[in-house]
Design a protein around this ligand. Structure first.
Ligand SMILES: C[C@H](N)C(=O)N[C@@H](Cc1c[nH]cn1)C(=O)O
Ligand SMILES: [Zn+2]
Ligand SMILES: [Zn+2]
Length: 529
């Protein structure tokens, strides 16, 4: 049974409803759409707000962030040095060490911290890394904000093509701070700790109570977390007035954004096996049916060069584009040049901005990630691999359903394999599945973040959706019944999951200011919202 984060088979109907209901809004009784929000309410609200010039204590906080910037970079250096790769069993002790380090840092700052065990990783004897639960402040007269982030990272080896050691934070002269996890998601997680520390050091009252939930398995489908979040929704997280997650990226490099949607991710394996062991291709080539030959044919059948998914029943599930949505994309600060810069090439599928944004935000995509068991080193080994496992994933969008999508994939792969007439054996299964999320930004939580963005960055944020996935987001929304905001720190050129991942010093330091300012503006939003 695949792990299906954000989805329980027995509760499919009740729990898996897409959450697109309008959340309570204090500023307008009429239903402003996410798309009209940017142009109408926010402009007025921010203007009025700027006129009042609130929160003078923010200036002291900002100055303290600047003066502590070297110390905050040092904290990031220590975090990056722990190779907390969740997908590699051998690195599990490092993931656990990272969780412990985070808990210790929080404790030193005065937070109350628990390390919650999550039991065994499904199908293994391996302990899952603990969830770091923390609370800073417990003042009934203040709002409570629940923040989530992850302290695990994607794999990284210098030999993958990194210019520097991936687990040694290297700060370049131009401000790039390179290291695995710098932007995804250690920098943003430490942003919350740094915000606490700078408030303390500046003698500025922390404006809210902060609840924290930091996990160590996000890059591997958030194994075990859904149960904890559901169970704690009305317990540990009961006081939360809203949720904030900093774990995605700006669309470009210059304009900040607030994010109200994520794609889901269904991750699949296709195993093809034949011979009992790897074979000499000179001796057995032409005599044994080769698993790799079957696998490449299966993988090749999934998607075409222009990214069009070839599996029947996927496109049919996608919500149609509405007239209102058509007008949304033009105003977004995104250019094909920015995309080329992030990509490091001009090999884009589409030539225009609107089609590109739609492909990332509101249409599904299928990516082929790799083949386990295949020869992949430099050189020319003449081997016939005995068993190969192809890995691919589908990023899902409204109104796709996890179970229906899985069935379409299984039917397609089985049919293609059958047509090959191979004597090898094949099985296809989902490793983990997480549902897409789309919320309403018409909420004081987003309004506070927009004001904070204007204050720190001097410009209005774009309202964006994200092509990536943060599987637990929907669960937080359901478990707490509160609005969830994604407030990114890093930019489009950060190279999350890629070689030379970086976070710009500017985004880290201003990002720490942004997180703190957001909490101040949250505290000022009308309590009747
Ligand atoms: C957007 C976030 N920082 C992220 O990188 N999420 C991962 C999560 C994941 C891993 N497997 C499935 N989902 C991603 O989008 O790949
Ligand atoms: Zn992340
Ligand atoms: Zn990631």
């Amino acid at each position: 049974m695949p792990r299906t984060l954000g989805w329980r088979p027995s509760q499919l109907i009740q729990i898996r409803r897409p959450i697109t209901r309008p959340t309570k809004s204090f500023f307008s009784p009429t239903s402003l759409s996410p798309f009209s929000l940017n142009k109408t309410y926010l402009t007025e609200s921010i203007r009025a707000h700027q006129a009042r010039k609130m929160a003078p204590q923010l200036d002291s906080y900002f100055q303290k962030v600047d003066s502590l910037s070297d110390h905050f970079i040092e904290r990031l250096r220590q975090a990056v040095a722990i190779p907390s790769i969740s997908s590699e069993a051998a690195r599990r002790p490092d993931v656990v060490r990272m969780g412990q380090w985070l808990a210790d840092e929080l404790t030193k700052l005065g937070a109350t911290v628990e390390l919650r065990p999550l039991g065994k990783q499904e199908g293994t004897d391996l302990d899952l890394p603990p969830v770091v639960l923390g609370r800073y402040g417990n003042d009934k007269n203040k709002r409570t904000i629940l923040v989530y982030g992850h302290y695990d990272v994607q794999p990284a080896e210098k030999s993958d093509g990194w210019d520097t050691e991936p687990f040694e934070l290297t700060v370049k002269e131009d401000g790039r701070m390179c290291g695995r996890g710098a932007t995804d998601d250690k920098g943003p997680v430490l942003g919350w700790l740094n915000a606490i520390e700078a408030h303390k050091a500046a003698g500025v009252d922390f404006p809210v109570n902060l609840l924290m939930c930091f996990e160590g398995m996000e890059e591997y489908g958030s194994d075990g977390l859904e149960e904890l979040v559901m169970a704690e929704g009305k317990k540990y997280f009961a006081d939360a007035d809203a949720v904030c997650i900093s774990d995605n990226y700006w669309l470009g490099t210059e304009r900040p954004c607030l994010t109200y949607g994520l794609r889901g991710c269904n991750y699949y394996s296709v195993e093809v096996s034949g011979p009992a062991a790897d074979l000499h291709s000179g001796v057995f080539g032409g005599t044994a049916q080769e698993p790799m030959t079957d696998l490449v044919r299966i993988l090749a059948s999934l998607v075409d060069t222009d990214g069009k998914i070839q599996i029947k029943g996927i496109a049919e599930q996608v919500a149609p584009v509405t007239a209102e949505e058509e007008g949304l994309y033009d105003d977004i600060a995104f250019t094909m040049e920015t995309l080329h810069e992030s990509l490091g090439s001009k090999t884009t599928i589409f030539e225009d901005k609107k089609k590109t944004l739609m492909a990332r935000w509101r249409f599904p995509s299928l990516s082929i990630h790799g083949v386990e068991g295949a020869f992949s080193n430099p050189g020319a080994k003449t081997v016939i691999p005995a068993k190969v496992i192809g890995k691919f994933s589908i990023r899902s969008v409204p109104d796709m359903e996890i179970e229906k999508t899985n069935q379409c994939v299984y039917d397609h792969v089985n049919e293609v394999f059958k047509k090959l007439g191979s004597k090898n054996t094949m099985k296809v299964y989902a490793q983990h599945c997480g549902k897409w999320w789309k919320a309403s930004p018409n909420h004081w939580n987003f309004a506070a973040a927009a004001k904070a963005t204007e204050r720190v960055w001097g410009m209005k944020p774009d309202f964006t959706r994200e092509g990536g996935s943060i599987p637990i987001t929907l669960t937080f929304e359901e478990a707490t019944g509160k609005n969830v905001l994604l407030l990114p720190m890093g930019s489009s050129t950060d190279g999350a999951h890629s070689i030379n991942e970086k976070l710009d010093k500017r985004n880290y330091i201003e990002g720490i200011k942004l997180l703190g300012a957001y909490l101040h503006y949250v505290a000022e939003e009308p309590m009747n919202a």
